[in-house]
Design a protein. Structure first.
Lengths: 446, 311
């Protein structure tokens, strides 16, 4: 058994935690996420988290009705929590038992699954001509070591929400461009209107906290990993510490409440849509909540809210938004790769992407849709996000991203809580991330 | 038994020239009655080895290797030395230690008081016992999520109380206050369990012992110290052993209450085994550490404090 690798290990013993080992080898028998449903011969299985809007089943029904080339697909619901979904897929891949043909995946997964050969290299199928119609950041995030592993389905970007009505009352006419401006405006508006919070962001120790911290680093003009070299860590070479210091200052000086250190998207959204904050950093979905009005719990009307790029540290710097979004991957073990790609081609047609944009508020990765008059009317958030989707900047792309994320989440959170200084955090991160980068270079021969 | 006794002299002769151990093994199996006995316990032994011993040895064996996505390397104790040089491990260890000692202390003292109160007969005794056990019946994840809301700065009643008392921080944003919160939740939830075990112990103490003590002129306090506590010792030790081991392995309460912010030894294992891809093996080492330390705790209770003799 000396040649045992992690895959074999999982195959023979599952998670391998004391006592549970024997029983967990049964997990190989259970197929997929929902257990023992039978999949008809020739049907493609597609997995994604729950869709409360009901658009995914609708689109798949349409695909099945058209039945082009005799193809049908089945939507298998994955866990809502993307961390759990990832863990589930990884365990299945390692045990060689993944039964899903087409997998929806988060932007960071291409670099985590691809180098392990768990998902297919789509460089040949997803041609340059096809790619030219997509927004550059959505392609970049699916690329690792020169290969493209995923086709963008929808994109997501960090944005600054601000209260137009409150700003007007305070006599301010344009959203802030720098963090210093934001602090000044927040104080002024709070003073004149008695608003509870100046600025809200997601500071808890989790993946969203990582994106927030990275935005402060990117918007200080710094990088964590050069975009084309996953073997290097450069966080200590720029002003990353100054970016994190700004994030800490926002909390220390009371512009953002101390509690943001435990807040995620829902807590920040809750406070904002109740009208308790002047500024908030969040994702496009909040705008959907505001459009929903009283029904979705919003006490704000869309005309009270504006959207702007994330502020930068220095005036005149380029603003970057943390990138999210989901992509289509093909399971490397499927025998139906050609059919899978036909399914993906169907899903990325402009009409279908427009349908997802309207029905599920998914921001399309296709550039042309941001000029589509009809879509702009049907889905106002597209107009607002237009300026932001091109500013998206991926998180570090690396096979050991999960490890990197744990360290970043921990360090960013302790800076927000003032448990460590920005300089300490940056030097710890440089050391820890470098260790993973070196290990990645060694294991994956980068 | 005629056959067996006839063989006895022969058995003593046969081992001549053989090593002692081998000889005695051989003689054991030459005895047909004993052979049958061995055959009969064989399935049980195999099952015990398979479900208990094998996974443990396997985990220990794995913890001595470095397992990466495509390679495996034998590294002896380097996973352990890396674990012991990780500051997060020490914060997990100290959280777990403080949580165990403090929560078990309060659960025991409060549990004993409740058990003594419930042991008196009074009207509605059954109802009172039923109500007392309710917190324990909550699933830990549910009570964890509930207590998180109590501490939450926007809606939490404890957060409001704390700020009313002049506490300026945010309970959930500070590791120390989150740990205190976890201890309070656990005391609330598991005190009834301790009370129940102790109550069962109290009910096995016969009344005539107290009568004899009264006749000898013992005060209430003397009765408690000289009669109740010594006779309750087996139940106390069992309750403490259960609670200590449970608290030492805490996982669900910490993560549901702190939204995955507060580390314990078990969450430390989880993060490495389930989340990390590069340091998976450290998780194996940590799992073995949790197991061995639990064994040590159990050993201390059984051997030093004498659970077995008394029970």
């Amino acid at each position: 058994m000396s040649g045992m690798n992690r895959r074999d290990f999982l195959k023979y013993s599952g998670a391998g935690i004391l006592g549970a080992s024997v029983l967990s080898s049964c997990s190989r028998v259970a197929s997929g996420f929902t257990g023992a449903e039978t999949v008809p011969e020739g049907t493609l299985v597609f997995s994604h988290g729950p869709d409360s809007s009901g658009t995914i089943p609708k689109v798949i029904d349409k695909f099945n009705k058209e039945n082009k080339d005799g193809l049908t697909a089945l939507y298998r619901q994955a866990p809502a929590d993307s961390g759990q979904y990832f863990d589930k897929l990884r365990t299945e891949f390692q045990a060689g038992s993944a039964t899903t043909d087409i997998i929806s995946g988060d932007v960071i997964w291409a670099a985590q699954f691809g180098p392990n050969d768990w998902i297919m290299d789509l460089s040949d199928r997803f041609t340059d001509e096809m790619r030219s119609e997509f927004l550059e950041p959505t392609l970049e995030t699916n690329t690792f070591d020169g290969k493209i592993y995923g086709v963008p389905w929808f994109t997501d970007v960090g944005m600054l929400y601000y209260r137009t009505d409150l700003m007007e009352k305070a006599g301010i006419d344009a959203p802030p461009k720098t963090w210093d401006e934001l602090m000044g405006m927040a104080r002024e508006v709070q003073e004149k209107t008695g608003t509870q919070y100046g600025f809200l962001f997601q500071g808890a120790e989790y993946e969203g906290g990582v994106v927030n911290g990275l935005e402060f680093i990117y918007n200080a003009g710094a990088e964590v990993m050069p975009p084309d070299d996953p073997t290097k860590i450069v966080i200590d070479q720029g002003d990353a510490d100054k970016g994190l210091a700004m994030q800490q200052r926002l909390v220390v000086e009371g512009v953002a409440p101390e509690a943001v250190a435990t807040w995620k998207e829902l807590e920040t959204q809750d406070a904002f849509i109740k009208g308790n904050a002047v500024f908030m950093r969040s994702w496009p979905f909040v705008y959907g909540t505001i459009l929903g009005g009283k029904e979705t719990g919003s006490e704000l009307k869309p005309e009270q809210v504006g959207i702007a790029p994330i502020p930068t540290l220095a005036e005149g710097d380029e603003s970057f938004s943390g990138q999210g979004g989901w992509n289509f991957f093909i399971n490397a073990a499927t025998k139906k790769a050609d059919d899978c790609f036909k399914f993906i081609e169907y899903m990325i047609q402009p009409e279908i992407q427009a349908e997802f944009a309207v029905g599920a508020s998914f921001l399309p990765p296709r550039a042309s849709l941001y000029e589509d008059e009809k879509l702009l009317k049907d889905q106002p958030v597209i107009e607002l996000a237009k300026d932001l989707v091109t500013r998206a900047k991926p998180r570090p792309r690396h096979p050991f991203y999960s490890d990197m994320s744990l360290v970043m989440a921990n360090e960013f959170n302790s800076v927000i809580k003032s448990d460590s200084s920005p300089e300490e955090a940056v030097s710890t991160l440089q050391g820890e991330l470098e260790r993973f980068a070196n290990l990645g270079a060694e294991v994956y021969d980068l | 038994m005629g056959v067996a006794s006839e063989r006895l002299p022969g058995r003593k002769v046969k081992p001549k020239g053989m090593s002692g151990a081998w000889g005695s093994i051989r003689s054991e199996f030459n005895d047909p009655e004993k052979r049958t006995a061995y055959w009969m316990i064989l399935p049980t032994t195999l099952i015990v080895l398979l479900v208990a011993a094998w996974p443990i040895l396997y985990a220990v064996w794995l913890s001595l290797q470095r397992i990466l996505p495509n390679t495996t390397e034998w590294v002896w104790f380097s996973n352990y030395s890396r674990m012991f040089s990780d500051p997060v491990f020490y914060s997990a260890l100290s959280n777990t230690f403080l949580f165990t000692v403090i929560s078990v202390f309060f659960e025991f003292t409060l549990g004993l008081a409740i058990a003594l109160a419930l042991n008196k007969s009074f009207r509605g005794q059954g109802l009172a016992r039923g109500i007392a056990i309710i917190p324990w019946a909550f699933p830990t994840v549910v009570s964890g999520a509930m207590w998180r809301l109590f501490y939450q700065d926007e809606v939490g009643i404890f957060a409001a109380l704390a700020s009313g008392l002049g506490y300026e921080g945010v309970i959930l944003a500070n590791d120390a206050s989150v740990l205190i919160g976890a201890i309070v939740s656990d005391v609330w939830k598991t005190t009834p369990f301790v009370a129940l075990l102790l109550l069962a112990g109290l009910q096995t103490i016969p009344d005539d012992v107290y009568e004899a003590a009264r006749v000898d002129g013992a005060t209430k306090w003397q009765q408690f110290m000289r009669v109740t506590l010594p006779l309750l010792k087996p139940a106390i030790l069992v309750a403490l052993l259960f609670r200590t081991l449970d608290a030492w392995r805490v996982y669900d309460l910490f993560w549901s209450m702190s939204d995955r912010q507060l580390d314990s030894l078990s969450t430390y294992v989880f993060e490495f085994v389930r989340v990390s891809q590069a340091d998976f093996s450290i998780g194996n080492a940590a799992a073995v550490f949790v197991f061995v330390s639990s064994i040590v705790i159990a050993f201390v209770f059984v051997k030093v404090l004498g659970v077995r003799e008394e029970a």
